[in-house]
Design a binder for this molecule. Structure first.
Ligand code: HEM
Length: 449
């Protein structure tokens, strides 16, 4: 593994360090060590012909994601394999992406969030009560429960509840299964599709179940009035550059893409929030005090979210240290440079918010959990690209506002009514996102005031 500084210097990361990190802390430990060694320099990963560049410095991110973004596109092995599941709409590039992006950006704007705010708040309230019904009887699996909770909130927002809760869970499971079965294809992009790989059959089966659930709903929805604020209606109303509506298959793949992008990342971020709060009781107490003050014993409402300022800082700090998008790949279309480091056409670049969020130059004592890093003055003083849990530039997450609203209300609704106990002391594990490396139990007890 080689490290190149922005000035073009190249130095080696000693092999014994690499081996020691993998043995001690697994692949994530290696990634963290690589980031620490690089400290914002461009890092050339791995020996051999395929040597992606790891890009973490905020100034380099500005170049790749903003200033020269048209040169750095999706189209790496990972995106190509993912395209079999999520198509060439919102998860792709080019005209198909633009049509979906326009529709979804409008559909998830701040004005939109106001329109669906009451629906989100009601869905959160219902989902939290259902969670408590199970978690009051004894510890439940935090990841499974947060996934279920996220699906309950997603359903009215994505589908105007056109599918029932059980089907929404099934859809989530099948999308997760299909995604998992693509890992072989992502890892071996040079193998042609006529050569079978493990995962191919599971992928075909999951895709067929997904189509079976979604296509009839899309067909029915297309025949009805589609003036609602839900995302399926927004996609059915969308037009491409030629003024044509998006086809059923395009809409279906966009909905799958929304699940891929929004479901697991949201559920895991919420899971890590409970873990972190259990490790920092003084911070949990402050979040609870704020929830008590703002909700005043009642259910969460849309209007509460903007007053839950400290809660949002806690969430922001969770997303700094547990950045679900730990790697966002791009490929260079033309020759370019990052500082003095040459980037030949065809090079894969790996942007890693996870590592940028650990750069000591921008985050003093980076591993300390400190929500006050997100006080307004501290945010203003920091490089704008030192923090990018939702990406940046043309592909920046369209679900950012929605997730923040949902998660803020979930935290306040739970903490204002329940004592939360977390069982297990997990570390993140490198997978599509960053799930815990062992089961995490969650138990709730109703508070007595
Ligand atoms: C903690 C929760 C979430 C995290 C950490 C997250 C993170 C990200 C990141 C890093 C990107 C940029 C990908 C890139 O540059 O290629 C992204 C894009 C995207 N996210 Fe999210 N996301 C979250 C929640 C959501 C939710 C709830 C939705 C849907 C409601 C969503 C929908 C999308 C979509 C559609 C894109 C692609 C946008 C485009 O390519 O134009 N995300 N997300």
């Amino acid at each position: 593994m080689l490290v190149s500084s922005p000035e073009g210097r190249v130095r080696a990361v000693p092999l014994h360090r690499v081996v020691a990190q993998v043995v001690a802390n697994g692949p994530l430990g290696l990634m963290e060590e690589t980031g620490r060694q690089g400290q914002g320099d461009v890092v050339r990963l791995g020996p051999g012909a395929f040597r992606p560049l790891l890009v973490t410095h905020p100034e380099h991110l500005r170049h790749v994601l903003r200033d020269a973004a048209e040169n750095y596109v999706r189209g790496t092995a990972m995106w190509n394999a993912l395209g079999r599941l999520t198509g060439q709409g919102i998860a792709g590039e080019g005209p198909g992406w633009l049509a979906s992006r326009d529709a979804l950006r409008k559909a998830m704007s701040a004005t939109y969030l106001q329109r669906v705010g009451a629906t989100v708040a009601d869905a959160v309230e219902e989902a939290v009560e259902a969670l408590a019904g199970r978690a009051e009887r004894g510890p439940v699996d935090a990841v499974a429960e947060m996934t279920r909770l996220v699906h309950r909130v997603i359903n009215p927002v994505f589908f105007a509840s056109r599918i029932d809760a059980a089907q929404c869970d099934r859809l989530g499971e099948e999308v997760a299964g299909a995604l998992g079965s693509l890992l072989w294809r992502m890892a071996m992009p040079f193998v042609p599709y006529w050569v079978p790989l493990p995962g191919d059959r599971a992928f075909a089966r999951a895709t067929s179940v997904i189509k079976g659930i979604l296509l009839p709903v899309i067909e029915r929805a297309r025949r009805a009035e589609n003036d609602g604020p839900d995302l399926m209606s927004a996609l059915l109303r969308a037009r491409d550059a030629q003024g044509r509506p998006l086809g059923d298959e395009h809409v279906r793949q966009d909905i799958v893409a929304l699940f891929v992008a929004g479901s697991e990342s949201s559920a895991l971020t919420l899971t890590w929030t409970w873990v972190v709060l259990s490790r920092h009781p003084e911070i949990a107490a402050r979040v609870r005090r704020e929830a008590d003050e703002v909700l005043a014993g009642g259910p969460p409402r849309f209007e509460h979210a903007r007053r839950l300022v400290y809660t949002q800082r806690v969430l922001a700090e969770v997303m700094r240290l547990y950045s679900m998008a730990w790697a966002v790949p791009r490929v260079a279309r033309r020759d370019d440079r990052l500082g003095r480091v040459p980037v030949p056409a065809g090079t894969t670049l790996v942007v890693s918010p996870y590592l940028t969020h650990r750069l000591a130059d921008f985050w003093p004592d980076p591993l300390r959990f400190d929500p006050d890093r997100f006080e307004r003055s501290a945010v203003r003083a920091r490089h704008p690209l030192a923090y990018l849990p939702f990406g940046d530039g043309a592909h920046q997450c369209v679900g950012q506002g929605f997730f923040t609203l949902e998660a803020t209300l979930v935290l306040a609704a739970v903490l204002s009514r329940y004592e939360v106990r977390v069982l297990g002391d997990p570390r993140p594990r490198l997978a599509v996102a960053l799930p815990p490396d062992r089961p995490v139990g969650l138990a709730l007890t109703r508070r007595t005031r």
